[in-house]
Design a protein around this ligand. Structure first.
Ligand SMILES: NC(=O)c1ccc[n+]([C@@H]2O[C@H](COP(=O)([O-])OP(=O)(O)OC[C@H]3O[C@@H](n4cnc5c(N)ncnc54)[C@H](OP(=O)(O)O)[C@@H]3O)[C@@H](O)[C@H]2O)c1
Length: 246
C-alpha cells in the first residue's frame, strides 16, 4: 500500500497549475484531500473529477491572506478527517515588475500571498501536528528563491523568505517529528505568468515559458517527498526544465 494512502492533505492554490496537478496525483495514490483557493467553480470541478476517478476530496473556499480563513481551513479539515498529515502551502502570485514602476499594490499582494499566506498556513496547522507529534509541511519556493534578476526583486524576496521560514520551521520542529520540504520549481506551464501586468515583461516571460515543463513534474516531486519513510525528510528540491539556465 502506498504511504500516501489515507493521508490527509491540505493543498492551497488547488484551483489551477501545480496545486491542481498535485491534487490529482495524490488523489490517485489514495490521499484524502482538502482543496483550498478562492475560485469555487474550479475547486468544485476538480473535486468532481477526483471523485469520478475514485479519489477522495473535499474543498473549502479560502483566501490565504486571511489568517482567520486559514484557521477555519485547518478546523474544517480536523472536523472532516480528524487530523492533518500534510499541508502543501502552494498558493502564490508572481506579478513581476521593475522597482521604479512603483507597483506597490502588487508588492503588497506578493508579500501577503507568498509570505503571509505560508505563515498563516503554518500557524493554523502546526498546533494539531505538534499535539500528534506527526506532520509534514511543504512550501513552494522557486528558482527565484535562489537568485535575483531585474524585475524579480520582490518576487525573489518572497521566495527567499519561504526558504528561510521553512528552514527555521525544520529546526524548530524536527524533534516533534514534523517534516518540512521546500519545493523550488523552474519554469512550469501554469497560469502564474498571467499575474504579470507589464506587457513587455509578460512577453519576455511568455518567451521564457516556451521551454516550460508540465505541472505534473512538480506534483511528482511533492508526492516523492510525502511518500518517504517516516525517518526520511526530503528537505529541499529544485525541479527545473533541463534546458533552463535560471
Ligand atoms: N509556474 C512556475 O513557473 C513556478 C515556478 C516557481 C514557483 N512556482 C510557485 O508554485 C506555486 C503555484 O503556482 P502555479 O505555477 O501553479 O500558478 P497558478 O496556476 O497561477 O496557481 C496559483 C494558485 O494560487 C492561488 N491563489 C492565488 N492567490 C490566492 C489567495 N489569496 N488565496 C488562495 N489562493 C490563492 C490561485 O487560486 P485562486 O485564484 O482560485 O485563489 C491558484 O490556484 C506558487 O507559489 C508559485 O510561486 C511556480
Amino acid at each position: 500500500m502506498s504511504t500516501i494512502q489515507d493521508r490527509v492533505v491540505i493543498i492551497t492554490g488547488a484551483s489551477s497549475g501545480i496545486g491542481e496537478a498535485t491534487a490529482k496525483e495524490l488523489a490517485s495514490k489514495g490521499a484524502k484531500l482538502v482543496l483550498a483557493a478562492r475560485r469555487e467553480d474550479r475547486l468544485k470541478k476538480l473535486q468532481e473529477e477526483i471523485q469520478r476517478n475514485g479519489g477522495q476530496a473535499t474543498y473549502k473556499v479560502t483566501d490565504v491572506t486571511s489568517h482567520e480563513q486559514m484557521e477555519e481551513l485547518a478546523e474544517y479539515t480536523l472536523k472532516e478527517f480528524g487530523k492533518i498529515d500534510v499541508l502543501v502551502n502552494n498558493a502564490g502570485v508572481m506579478p513581476q515588475s521593475f522597482l521604479y514602476k512603483k507597483k506597490i499594490e502588487e508588492w503588497n499582494t506578493m508579500i501577503d500571498v507568498n509570505i503571509k499566506g505560508v505563515l498563516y498556513g503554518i500557524a493554523a496547522c502546526l498546533p494539531s501536528m505538534r499535539e500528534r507529534k506527526s506532520g509534514h509541511i511543504i512550501n513552494l519556493s522557486s528558482v527565484a528563491g535562489y537568485g535575483v534578476w531585474p524585475a524579480s526583486s520582490v518576487y525573489s524576496a518572497t521566495k527567499s523568505a519561504v526558504r528561510a521560514i521553512t528552514e527555521g520551521l525544520r529546526k524548530e520542529e524536527f524533534r516533534n517529528n514534523i517534516r518540512t520540504t521546500i519545493i523550488s520549481p523552474g519554469a512550469i506551464s501554469t497560469e502564474l505568468t498571467e499575474t504579470i501586468t507589464e506587457p513587455k515583461l509578460k512577453a519576455a516571460f511568455d518567451e521564457l515559458y516556451k521551454g516550460a515543463i508540465e505541472a505534473e513534474n512538480i506534483a511528482l516531486a511533492i508526492s516523492f517527498a510525502i511518500e518517504q519513510p517516516a525517518d526520511v525528510a526530503v528537505s529541499e528540491m529544485i525541479v527545473r526544465p533541463a534546458q533552463q539556465e535560471l
